[in-house]
Write a protein that binds this ligand. Structure first.
Ligand code: NAD
Length: 499
C-alpha cells in the first residue's frame, strides 16, 4: 500500500507563501483540480485569517474520482468484515489522538467554540467505533420453503456511495455516512461543503492513515452547483447520501435517476413546547441549550418556543436573561460561549428574518446583529429572542438556522400541536412537562421525526435512529442507530436453493 505523506496532502505554494494549497484525493493520489482553479477558505471569526486554498473542481475531476474507485471497491467488498471493522477501529484511535488539533482547526474553520468542536471531534471517534461493530453484525436471513428447499437473503454492498455534506457539523455528518458506507463494503466519493473543506480533508487523512486502501475513497473539493451537481449526474454512483438544505436536497432528488438510491436529511424548524406545569428555570435551561448552542446552527436547533400563556411573560424574562449571559466571540477565546455564524449567507439570512419580525410588529426583545466593536471582522450575531410572534408567521415556519428564537403563547394542547406542525419541516420537537398524558399525546400526534421530553431539541444518540418527516427528510432510510442504517448502505439479493 502506498503511504500518502503529509506534504503531498497539503501541497505547497510554488512561491513559498504561507497559505497552504490543499488538494483533491482522486484515484489514490493527491491532485489539484484539473482546471487548476482554487477557492479560499476563511475563518468566520476573523475574515483576515485565510485558512487555505482548495481545489475548485469540476465535472472532469468528478468523473476521474468515480472511475478511480471501482477496482478497490471490488476487493473491499470481498474483504473479511473483520478487516473493515479493524480499519474503522484504527481510524477511531487516530482521531482520538488528534482531537486537540482537529478541534482547533474546526473552530477556526466553522466558528463553533472549542468545547463544541472538541465534542464533535470526539463524537466521530465514537461513530467510527459504532460502525466498526456494525461491519461485524451485517447478516442475511433464511426463509423456509417446502420440500427441503430454502430461500436466503444475501446482503451485499451497493457499490459506490456519494457523500455530500453541510458545513455545520463538517466532521460528524460526514463520519456518520462514510463509516457505515465503508463498513458495508462500499467505496466513497466525498464532497465536503465548500465552507468547511479542511474538515473533509482531515477526515480523509485519518482514514488513509488508518490503512484505508487509497483507491477506496475519493475527496473532491468544490462548489455545490459544480461538483455537487456533477456528482448527481455522474455515471457509476450507486447511492447518494446528502445532508443539507431542503432546496438543494430537492434538486438532488430530481437529478438522480431511478438506479441511484438516495438519502436526504434536510432542514428543520424545531420547537420546544412548554406546558403549563413546566418548571420555568428548567424550561429556560433546555431552550438556551437548544437555541443558542452551536450558534443556533444545528439542524435540530430550537427555533420556536410555544409556551402555555400563563407562563409566557416569566419564561420570556428567563430567556432574555439567559441570552444576555451568553459571551460571543472567537470560539478559541477563553470564556466565549458562542462563536460567530459560519458564513456571510447565514448573516444575510438572519438580517432578512429580523426585518420580517419588524414588519410583522413582533418585538426583538434582545439580540440581533451587533456592531463589530472590538471583535475582528466576522459574522457576528447575539442570541436573539423575539416575542409577540403570531401563529402563521414565517418566524414560526421557516428555517433561520441561527441563535434566534421566536416565542408564541398557546391556550390549549391542540393549539400548541397545530402551531408546532404548521411548517413544511418536521425534524425535532421537545416538550417540557411532567404531565405524562399530555407528553404522550404530543409525541404520538406531532409530525416531527424526533420528539424529546424534558430535553433540548438538539443532541441525539448515535445508537438511535435519526431523521425527520416532511421537508426534513426524504425518509428513504434513517441515519444512525444500527441495522436501519446498514440497510441503506447494502442491498439484498434473494437466492433460492432448490432441492
Ligand atoms: P446546502 O444545502 O447549501 O449544502 C449542502 C451540501 O450540498 C454542500 O456540500 C453543498 O456544496 C452541496 N450542494 C449545493 N448545491 C448542490 C447541488 N446543486 N447538487 C449537489 N450538491 C449541492 O446546506 P448547508 O448550508 O451546507 O447546510 C445547512 C443546511 O443543512 C440546513 O438546512 C440544515 O438544517 C441542514 N442540516 C440538516 C441536518 C440533518 O441531519 N437533517 C444536519 C445538519 C444540517
Amino acid at each position: 500500500m502506498t503511504a500518502v505523506t503529509a506534504p503531498e496532502r497539503a501541497g505547497a505554494p510554488a512561491d513559498g507563501a504561507a497559505v497552504p494549497h490543499y488538494l483533491n484525493f482522486i484515484a489514490g493520489e493527491w491532485r489539484a483540480a484539473s482546471s487548476g482553479a482554487t477557492f479560499e477558505n476563511r475563518n468566520p471569526a476573523d475574515l483576515s485569517d485565510l485558512i487555505g486554498l482548495f481545489p475548485d473542481s469540476g465535472d472532469e475531476d468528478v468523473s476521474a474520482a468515480v472511475a478511480g474507485l471501482a477496482e478497490a471497491q471490488a476487493a473491499w467488498a470481498a474483504a473479511s468484515p473483520e478487516i473493515r471493522a479493524d480499519l474503522l477501529y484504527r481510524a477511531a484511535e487516530i482521531i482520538s489522538g488528534r482531537t486537540k488539533e482537529i478541534a482547533a482547526e474546526l473552530t477556526r474553520e466553522e466558528g463553533k467554540t472549542l468545547a463544541e468542536a472538541t465534542n464533535e471531534t470526539s463524537r466521530i471517534a465514537a461513530n467510527f467505533r459504532f460502525y466498526a461493530g456494525e461491519a461485524l453484525r451485517l447478516k442475511g436471513e433464511t426463509y423456509p420453503m417446502p420440500g427441503g428447499q430454502m430461500a436466503l437473503s444475501l446482503r451485499q454492498p451497493v457499490g459506490t456511495v456519494a457523500v455530500i455534506t453541510p458545513w455545520n457539523f463538517p466532521l460528524s455528518m460526514a463520519a456518520r455516512k462514510i463509516a457505515p458506507a465503508l463498513a458495508a463494503g462500499n467505496a466513497v466519493v466525498f464532497k465536503p461543503s465548500e465552507m468547511s473543506p479542511l474538515m473533509g480533508q482531515r477526515l480523509v487523512e485519518v482514514l488513509l492513515d488508518a490503512g484505508l486502501p487509497p483507491g477506496l475513497i475519493a475527496l473532491v473539493h468544490g462548489k455545490g452547483p459544480t461538483v455537487g451537481k456533477a456528482i448527481t449526474a455522474a455515471d457509476g454512483i450507486d447511492a447518494l447520501t446528502f445532508t443539507g438544505s431542503f432546496a438543494v436536497g430537492a434538486q438532488i432528488q430530481a437529478a438522480l435517476g431511478t438506479d441511484t438510491r438516495c438519502q436526504l436529511e434536510m432542514g428543520g424548524k424545531n420547537a420546544t413546547v412548554v406546558l403549563a406545569d413546566a418548571d420555568l428555570a428548567k424550561a429556560a435551561g433546555i431552550i438556551k441549550r437548544g437555541a443558542f448552542g452551536l450558534s443556533g446552527q444545528a439542524c435540530t436547533g430550537t427555533s420556536r418556543v410555544l409556551v402555555a400563556r400563563p407562563l409566557h411573560d416569566a419564561l420570556l424574562a428567563e430567556l432574555v436573561a439567559a441570552a444576555e449571559a451568553v459571551v460571543t466571540g472567537p470560539g478559541d477565546k477563553a470564556g466565549v460561549t458562542m462563536g460567530p455564524l459560519a458564513t456571510a449567507a447565514q448573516l444575510e439570512k438572519v438580517a432578512r428574518y429580523l426585518d420580517i419580525a419588524r414588519e410583522e410588529g413582533a418585538e426583538i426583545v434582545t439580540g440581533g446583529i451587533p456592531d463589530q466593536g472590538a471583535l475582528p471582522e466576522g459574522y457576528w450575531i447575539r442570541p436573539t429572542v423575539i416575542a409577540g410572534v403570531k401563529p402563521g408567521s414565517l418566524l414560526l415556519k421557516d428555517e433561520i438556522f441561527a441563535p434566534v428564537v421566536a416565542l408564541c403563547p398557546f391556550d390549549t394542547l391542540d393549539e400548541a400541536l397545530e402551531i408546532a406542525d404548521d411548517t413544511e419541516y418536521g425534524l425535532a420537537l421537545s416538550v417540557v412537562s411532567d404531565h405524562l398524558p399530555s407528553v404522550l399525546k404530543i409525541a404520538e400526534a406531532t409530525q416531527h421525526g424526533i420528539v424529546k421530553v424534558n430535553a433540548p431539541t438538539t443532541g441525539v444518540a448515535l445508537n438511535a435512529p435519526f431523521g425527520g418527516f416532511k421537508h426534513s427528510s426524504n425518509q428513504s432510510a434513517k441515519e444512525q442507530g444500527g441495522a436501519n442504517v446498514m440497510d441503506f448502505y447494502s442491498r439484498i439479493k434473494t437466492v433460492y436453493l432448490g432441492a
